[in-house]
Design a protein around this ligand. Structure first.
Ligand SMILES: N[C@@H](CCC(=O)N[C@@H](CS)C(=O)NCC(=O)O)C(=O)O
Length: 224
């Protein structure tokens, strides 16, 4: 029998979204509890070793933390694999998932950048990462990272790309200029039902408020 799964979430967290996408892709029933990270409930502090989301509670007993570990658990316990079968390709996919986490760190640097120079530096670093992805994608064809089949790397990058819908509405930062494969990949992911379902219903409004509250260069440009 399938265990009862509870995903402890935050409305904007991209790491939560990757776990949610994996659950939806695998057609696994789960409950979602959304908490406020600015006001963490006592029960959450007790069970989250790093004080971070996502957590996956399994039958209300085991508590899994770290999105990569949660995704691996789902791979081990459910049908519909989202990792490729060949060990070397699988290892590369895990590495590209880590690459996606690195891009998320750069994105946080971008929206928190204190001034125009810092914003420009982060923009440049993010573009460099996307150029690296463009080269990687040129080795195969298909709508997804690995080609025709949706994988955990796609689950990682879908929430990465989601940020850019908002960034592009602020200004044309040219993140995807000259990178047609990355752009096409981004568009394929945006259309995927699991990707659409993984976002909090109020995601756009909450992200807008979050970005405006950063007191960063980007916040100032949003207010201008
Ligand atoms: N490496 C972690 C990163 C998770 C993470 O950074 N979560 C953020 C929200 S997106 C968090 O819970 N931060 C704690 C806080 O804001 O206090 C994972 O992959 O699960």
């Amino acid at each position: 029998m399938q265990p009862h799964l509870t995903l402890v979430s935050h409305a904007l967290c991209p790491y939560v979204q990757r776990a949610a996408i994996a659950l939806i892709e695998k057609d696994v029933d789960f409950e979602r509890i959304t908490i406020d990270l600015a006001d963490k409930p006592a029960w959450f502090k007790t069970i989250s070793p790093l004080g971070r989301v996502p957590l996956l509670k399994v039958d209300g007993e085991a508590v899994l933390f770290e999105s990569a570990a949660i995704c691996e658990y789902l791979e081990d316990t459910t049908d519909r694999p989202l990792h490729p079968p060949h060990p070397a390709v699988r290892a590369r996919h895990r590495a590209w998932m880590e690459f996606g986490s690195n891009v998320l760190t750069l994105i946080a640097g971008f929206y928190n950048a204190a001034d125009a120079d810092a914003l420009q530096r982060k923009r440049h670093e993010i573009r460099e990462r996307f150029a690296t992805l463009e080269a990687e994608l040129s080795t195969r064809a298909g709508p997804y990272f690995g080609g025709e089949r949706f994988s955990l790397v796609d689950a990682v990058f879908a929430p990465v790309f989601r940020y850019f819908e908002r960034f592009e509405a602020i200004e044309d930062f040219g993140f995807f200029d000259g990178l047609p494969r990355v752009l096409a990949w981004r568009q394929s992911l945006a259309q995927r039902p699991s990707v659409q379902a993984a976002a909090h219903p109020d995601y756009a409004r909450l992200l807008d408020a979050f970005l405006r509250a950063r007191r960063s260069e980007l916040s100032r440009r949003m207010a201008a």
